[in-house]
Write a protein that binds this ligand. Structure first.
Ligand SMILES: [Zn+2]
Length: 405
């Protein structure tokens, strides 16, 4: 009973209305630290590296957060630290647990990085994690709206992490296009080696279809910086309206020649037919809208999807299509959405097995792996998915060539 209450609260904490959560494998990440040798050497774990050049394997979707206790400028909305806001309080606790942060003052920022690096060191040499900065939600004039932001991770700090740990980390800037200094910030980020730019339109109040973004798109295209942008419903953070996540809004940057990576392949929610004549009223799934764009020949060189989070129970319906579309394999990029794969109830391994997407004998090592190394857990899981003998192609995991300097 207590468990059910906790889970209900946890679901609310993540804003997971309509989410499909399972507690049969527990609620919390046990954060057990380094893998025991038997698990590390289990062929079902080690074997997934076969056929891959680890130096090309970059996890393209990693969130960075902390509370600034190291002087990093990292920021959590203080609402989330107050018990009188139980939903947000719990949301923060869940993220902290999923990334095995030491939640004592003075340890939060540093323990996030230490634990992430420890996981990277358990991967074969050459593997890298791409860390996302996260800009403020901004108003129409481009001013930060702190109270409406869930968290903040500045370019400076995230770039610094990549500079300090070049063997394990790359970084992705987050520049809001409405910021009056956006183009200067973009240039600074490119100069500091940012591999891409990251947006979360529904949480940051960005309309990708707005003409005011055109100068921004022109710079991205000229500098060949990809834009990694969430599409589809985004329930994990405070939002400005799911309409901003409609994949069709990405036509504008695509038509400007920007390379676009659609996070999670737009795998949640439904979108309006904004291009249809008024009165259509149809609401296809956002994933179907993503599929439509992917199949348009003019975007073959510029539109990509990342498969982060598609293993979460509320998104798994898209996996069969992603596996079956062999013509797309070169346009899919693997990322974990770290730390979310560390939120135990979000990914139900037995459900994946029951749906024929995961061999039954893979479940047991994955159940253990999740409590030791969330990055590797997500990677082994994605490498193990199969339908009718078809797995994600090696190139989905060898993502580094997509991000040339
Ligand atoms: Zn994400």
């Amino acid at each position: 009973m207590r468990r059910r209450v906790l889970l209900g609260a946890a679901a609310a904490g993540l804003g997971l209305t309509g989410f499909d959560l399972s507690v049969r494998d527990g609620v919390l990440n046990q954060c057990l630290g380094a893998m025991p040798a038997a698990l590390r050497d289990d062929p079902r774990v080690r074997g997934v590296w076969q056929g891959l050049d680890a130096a090309k394997v970059w996890d393209t979707h990693i969130h960075v957060f902390g509370d600034g206790d190291s002087g990093s400028g990292l920021w959590f909305n203080p609402r989330m630290s107050r018990l009188r806001n139980p939903v947000e309080y719990l949301r923060r606790k869940i993220y902290i647990n999923a990334s095995c942060i030491d939640d004592r003052p003075g340890r939060i920022d540093s323990s996030f990085v230490e634990h992430l690096l420890a996981q990277c060191r358990e991967m074969p040499r050459g593997f890298k994690a791409m860390l996302f900065a996260f800009d403020w939600a901004r108003d129409e004039a481009g001013a930060p709206m702190q109270e409406l932001s869930t968290y903040y991770a500045g370019d400076e700090h995230v770039a610094g992490l990549a500079t300090q740990h070049p063997a394990h980390l790359e970084w992705v800037a987050s520049v809001h296009p409405y910021d009056p200094r956006a183009l200067d910030r973009l240039e600074a980020a490119a100069a500091r080696g940012a591999r891409a730019v990251k947006w979360l339109p529904t949480a940051q109040n960005i309309d990708p279809a707005s003409p005011r973004c055109d100068p921004f798109y022109a710079k991205l295209a000229a500098w060949k910086l990809p834009l990694i942008t969430h599409a589809g419903d985004e329930q994990a953070v405070v939002g400005f309206g799911e309409h901003l996540g409609n994949p069709l809004r990405l036509r504008r940057p695509l038509d400007a020649g920007v390379r676009i990576v659609v996070a999670h392949c737009a795998s949640l929610g439904h979108g309006d037919e904004i291009e249809a004549k008024a009165g259509s009223g149809a609401k296809p799934s956002n994933f179907d809208l993503f599929v439509r764009l992917m199949d348009e020949p003019q975007y073959r060189q510029t539109l990509y999807g990342d498969i982060s989070a598609v293993v979460q129970s509320n998104r798994v319906d898209v996996i069969p299509t992603l596996l079956a579309r062999r013509d797309w394999q070169g346009r899919l990029l693997n990322g974990s959405d770290y730390p979310l794969p560390g939120v135990v109830p979000l990914i139900d391994l037995r459900k994946l097995a029951a749906r024929g997407l995961l061999a039954a004998d893979r479940v047991e090592p994955l159940l253990r792996l999740r409590h030791h190394n969330v990055l590797l857990f997500d990677f082994v899981l994605k490498r193990s998915l199969a339908l009718n003998g078809q797995r994600f192609a090696d190139e989905v995991f060898q993502t580094a060539p997509f991000f040339p300097r």
